[in-house]
Design a protein around this ligand. Structure first.
Ligand code: LLP
Length: 431
């Protein structure tokens, strides 16, 4: 969110970090660690910040479920009028379970299966954002079998190279796997316009993630709206323009995307087109509303370094090791003074790449200390795994002075639930 729009969540009160009216120390004692804690009021405030900034366009805000798909969070967003950007049958299922109406759901992704297409058609989603000719042909066939017309927009690869913190989060350049090459788009709409089971409804673009500058969005909108003019000149009218997500937030010292400035830049162009605006923010809604709490187990010195070994690591939050992502790490209770020291905060997993922070100057933690890993609300739990046989953390949601356990910690049974002992497995391959 833009500078000064919202104050920082997780305030320090009397030397102890809080969420809403509750001490993080107490939450960790009650629910154990590692623990994801979300401030739902912050989530709601971020959503409203977005909705207000773009209110003049009455957009469909299709929250990107991949950032954080917990049902409780989705259902709160649904109550505010949010739709959903989903990318699999699993995310579609979550969104529907949370009560998000199908006609507020858009379906993205380069590899949609026939089963996903059929289910989304039966559910009656608003639109498929289609990423290749092959996918469009497949969608035509699946819709034909169901006797339906599939509403779609092509995801345009605008060939805009966007500066994101890591190359893995850039999607808008020609050499990325995403979208239909800019030069092929008009021809593909013309082909689709003659297919009985396809309904060209809109156009889509998503240029990357953690973008803090409005300029690349403006460039992408201009490129896409130029295409709309050309598409319309062939008698094909469109209803929506989807600008995707990617709006950056503050992790370290960077300023997050100023959504008011973004809307001021983008809305005049969208208004002129007469198209319905869709936005797919994920991180900007939930990112800074979440912390990961982890307890320090051991502190050791080796090779001139100080390792703080915590009870959480890359299996719970993979962003530091996968993208070199920065997450602020601090002691929850700072009432006791400590020396400042450069440390590596690492996890218990058997990988050198298992760290939450590297060469970080912080109050030297001691065993038993509770640490808060900030800005973990987006792409934290959703990217967590069971690697090293670890049970994924519990998630709690704080609403003012109240806390709700919104996902219990996994059990050992959960880890093996889908497996069957070989002796009971009677399925064989056909001769
Ligand atoms: N729409 C589409 C089509 C997307 O692919 C994405 C994210 C979004 C919306 C939401 O983007 P957001 O507003 O959250 O930036 N795991 C990475 C981020 C990957 C984003 C993938 N697509 C990370 O932890 O930084």
């Amino acid at each position: 969110m833009g500078p000064g729009i919202l104050t920082r969540p997780f305030p320090r009160v009397g030397g102890v970090l809080h969420c809403g009216g509750l001490s993080l120390e107490e939450l960790a004692t009650t629910f154990g660690t590692p623990l994801y804690v979300y401030d739902i009021r912050r989530v709601e405030a971020c959503y409203r910040g977005f909705a207000d900034a773009f209110a003049a366009a009455a957009p469909l805000i299709a929250y990107s479920v991949k950032a954080n798909g917990n049902l409780s969070i989705l259902s709160r967003l649904n109550a505010l009028g949010s739709g959903a950007d989903v990318t699999s049958l699993g995310e579609l299922f979550r969104a529907r379970q949370a009560g998000i109406p199908a006609d507020r759901i858009v379906f993205a992704g380069v590899g949609k299966t026939e089963a996903e297409m059929a289910e989304a058609l039966r559910e009656g989603i608003y639109a498929f954002n289609v990423e290749s000719r092959g996918e469009l042909e497949r969608l035509d066939a699946v819709a034909g079998e169901l006797g339906m017309r599939a509403p779609f927009g092509l995801r345009v690869n605008p060939d805009v190279l966007t500066a994101t913190p890591h190359e893995y989060t850039r999607t808008g350049h020609a050499a990325a796997k995403f979208g239909v090459p800019h030069g092929d788009v008009v021809e593909l709409y013309r082909w689709a316009a003659n297919r009985r089971h396809l309904r060209p409804l809109g156009i889509d673009v998503h240029i990357g993630s953690q973008i803090t500058d409005t300029v690349p969005y403006l460039a992408a909108v201009e490129r896409v709206l130029d295409l709309v003019v050309e598409i319309r000149s062939h008698g094909i009218d469109l209803e929506y323009v989807d600008l995707g997500g990617g709006f950056g937030i503050r992790y370290d010292s960077e300023e997050g995307m100023d959504v008011v400035a973004l809307s001021a830049a983008v809305l005049p162009l969208v208004h002129g087109s007469g198209l319905r605006l869709i936005l797919e923010p994920g991180r900007a809604i939930v990112g800074d509303a979440g912390v990961l709490l982890t307890r320090v187990k051991y502190v050791k010195e080796s090779g001139g370094k100080t390792f703080v070994i915590a009870d959480s690591g890359m299996s719970d939050l993979i962003r530091p090791s996968h993208y070199g992502g920065y997450h602020e790490v601090e002691r929850v209770d700072t009432r006791e003074e400590r020396l400042r020291r450069a440390v590596d905060v690492v996890g218990p997993i058997c990988e050198t790449g298992d760290f939450l922070a590297r060469d970080r100057v912080m109050d030297l933690p001691a065993p038993g200390d509770l640490l808060a890993v900030h800005t973990a609300g987006a792409y934290g739990f959703t990217m967590a795994s069971n690697y090293n046989g670890r049970r994924r953390p519990a998630e709690v949601m704080v609403d003012g002075d109240r806390v709700h356990l919104i996902r219990r910690r996994e059990t050992l049974e959960d880890l093996v639930r889908a497996e069957r002992p070989e002796a009971l497995n009677t399925e064989t391959l056909p001769e």
